[in-house]
Design a protein around this ligand. Structure first.
Ligand code: FNR
Length: 360
């Protein structure tokens, strides 16, 4: 992913060990899939309290949401993943079909290589070709120029833009970026000048309330806290090299549930979006109960299109949608707003986190 690095990888390693952008993208897809079944997170430390005296009609649950200035019929979306290789093209084609058939918004993987390596452009445009009327989000790094970002938006006729912050991932790579001193300034420049809705996102290491507060000050209206406990890019990068220099950082980051606890004081000021380790409708429901306006999942959808024929993946995702409605009904919630009024019992590691951080 994350293209400034890809270019450097390409420059540094293409002639010595055959590494290149496509290999890198393909490794990310393979490693993220391999990690999927062994992820550990705090979701089980959150228990919603159901209302025995239920008062909803399960046939009329409305899970639509207004977020990043768009109306989504369903509040779960396919979060940023890939592009830039032949394998990525096929994955993006399947994800786009899944998005179209299941009525989900979808984010592209980082599009910088579409500019730097125009021959890879089809691996991104396939997302729009397969889903001409869908809601599609473009994705760039916070270092990207305004000019390139506007080009990137045009490539897939994006409805909104995700800007990712991925310093930890850059730093654990020998050839990754080292200088983030311009990130805040450039991020603000992008937020102020891009003409479509902007979402600032993590990539699976979560956000603290201080970060959220700073992003709000920079003008962010939509923040995807993308927490740890799901896809782990430090682990992925470790597994891509022979010496695992950073294996002691395997549990680095702020868990998704902990990030949502960190976000509580900002829930009414900004659209908080949750992602990181979402595997079930119940995980997603807990995020909505903690105030998320939408929930993104990457590895879950990747796993679907990698494991099953597309028809089966579509059935599975439609089942996920139905089950999410049933969970809303079980907790007597007719919509996302109702979910925010459900009481939650927070225990275990999540509770320790909240106490240590002074979160009520
Ligand atoms: C990602 N992610 C990601 N994020 C981003 O902003 N730009 C990108 O290009 C990518 N690339 C990427 C590739 C692959 C294969 C995966 C699985 C993920 C991060 C992603 O959007 C999300 O923030 C994290 O993966 C956490 O969510 P999950 O995977 O635990 O649901």
């Amino acid at each position: 992913m994350f293209n400034s690095i890809e270019e450097k990888n390409n420059d540094k390693f293409a002639s010595t060990n055959g590494n290149n952008i496509s290999n890198r993208k393909d490794d990310h897809i393979r490693e993220a899939s391999a990690q999927f079944n062994s992820q550990v997170n705090f979701f089980e430390d959150c228990k919603p309290v159901h209302r025995t005296l239920n008062n909803v009609n399960a046939n009329t649950i409305d899970l639509s949401t207004d977020v990043f200035d768009l109306h989504l019929d369903f509040p779960i979306f396919i979060n940023a993943m890939t592009g830039g290789s032949d394998l990525a093209l096929e994955v993006n084609r399947k994800l786009a079909i899944l998005a179209r058939e299941c009525g989900l918004a979808m984010a592209s993987g980082s599009l910088s290589s579409a500019i730097k390596k125009p021959e890879t452009i089809k691996s991104y445009t396939v997302i729009r070709e397969e889903n001409p009327n869908g809601i599609i989000l473009a994705n760039v790094g916070a270092e990207q120029s305004l000019e390139n970002t506007n080009k990137i938006i045009d490539i897939i006729s994006a409805d909104a833009l995700q800007i990712h912050l991925n310093a930890p991932q850059e730093l654990v790579m020998p050839e990754g970026d080292r200088d983030f001193s311009n990130y805040s300034e450039n991020l603000k420049h992008l937020i102020d000048n891009i003409n479509i809705p902007v979402i600032v996102k993590e990539v699976g290491f979560g956000m603290s309330r201080d970060t959220i507060s700073k992003l709000i000050k920079l003008g962010s209206k939509n923040i995807d806290i993308s927490g740890s406990g799901g896809t782990n890019f430090i682990k992925i990068e470790n597994s891509r090299r022979t010496s695992q220099e950073f294996s002691y950082l395997d549990d680095f980051g702020i868990d998704t549930l902990a990030s949502l606890l960190e976000a509580q004081q900002y829930i009414d000021q900004v659209n908080i979006i949750a992602s990181g380790g979402i595997k079930s409708p119940y995980d997603a429901f807990k995020c909505f109960a903690l105030g998320a306006k939408a929930v993104g999942a990457s590895a879950f959808f990747l796993n679907q299109v990698n494991t099953y024929p597309i028809e089966v993946a579509i059935e599975n995702v439609n089942l996920f949608k139905e089950e999410l409605k049933i969970i809303f009904a079980i907790y007597s919630c007719a919509n996302l707003k109702d979910a925010q009024n459900v009481s939650l019992v927070i225990s275990g590691r999540a509770r320790e986190w909240a106490e240590a951080r002074g979160i009520e």
